[in-house]
Design a protein around this ligand. Structure first.
Ligand code: DC
Length: 227
């Protein structure tokens, strides 16, 4: 009997290792992995490049109408790159300039409506792992497996630092700590689908887990939900 294909929704604070786990799960299960944060980052990149005034609703709506987002699988990364109007935006979306603005952009109602509609279409055939902030609460409230990831704040800061230092040796630990704290605050206090744990989400605290351990634990949960 073929195993049931499900939707796996992963939410949590910034830099909790959501995308690492999501990517590894997708590879193991032969599922699609969608990084919903990449969509908000690509929209932010477009807004920054075009100096869109975030307080001007008409300007925001017009900008959104000009944005086309798509994902193209990258064999090397074993994950999809996000394309912003036919340009691979992956090299730019994790720059600090984008990280500093993205939570503000993601709090705009029109932006969320646009992104969520596209995310829901991508989940139509199931067999998908999506990570973000509102996946289990707003995008896929009926997902078969919901995870809420957390990790000790200092562990998260150091993980992020190691990741960013490789491409930007000028970055400081304080800068990263400040950005993570601010984004978590904005993401969890905004009016539009704030970050919160869905009542039926399983908490995964990976402060003291290796990648392999966390993957094994979650694959057991998947096995259980796909019976
Ligand atoms: O996962 P990330 O750090 O790349 O996400 C970037 C920002 O996008 C994050 O600070 C909040 C926002 N976001 C969101 O509001 N909803 C999602 N589903 C995913 C990300």
């Amino acid at each position: 009997m073929a195993t049931k294909r499900i939707i796996i929704a992963i939410d949590g604070y910034s830099s909790c290792g959501k995308s690492t786990l999501a990517r590894e799960l997708a590879v193991q299960l032969g599922y699609n992995y969608i990084d919903s944060g990449a969509m908000y980052r690509a929209i932010t990149l477009y807004f920054l490049r075009n100096s869109v005034d975030l307080t001007d609703h008409a300007a925001v709506r017009a900008a959104i109408a000009d944005i086309n987002l798509s994902f193209v699988f990258n064999e090397h990364r074993q994950a999809s790159d996000i394309y912003l109007n036919d340009e691979n935006a992956e090299p730019y979306i994790r720059d600090m300039i984008v990280s500093e603005k993205v939570s503000e952009v993601a709090a705009i109602k029109e932006v969320r409506t646009f992104a969520v509609a596209q995310q829901q279409r991508m989940g139509h055939d199931k067999g998908i792992v999506m990570d973000g902030r509102d996946i289990g609460t707003a995008v896929f409230p009926h997902a078969e497996l919901k995870l809420f990831m957390t990790a000790d704040p200092e562990v998260r800061v150091m993980r992020r630092f190691k990741e960013l230092y490789a491409t930007n040796p000028a970055i400081t630990i304080d800068e990263i700590r400040h950005n993570l704290e601010l984004r978590d605050y904005i993401d969890s206090t905004r009016d539009e689908s704030p970050l919160r744990r869905a009542d039926d989400a399983v908490i995964v605290d990976n402060s003291n887990l290796t990648r392999a351990e966390q993957l094994t634990i979650v694959l057991e949960m998947v096995k259980d939900r796909t019976k």
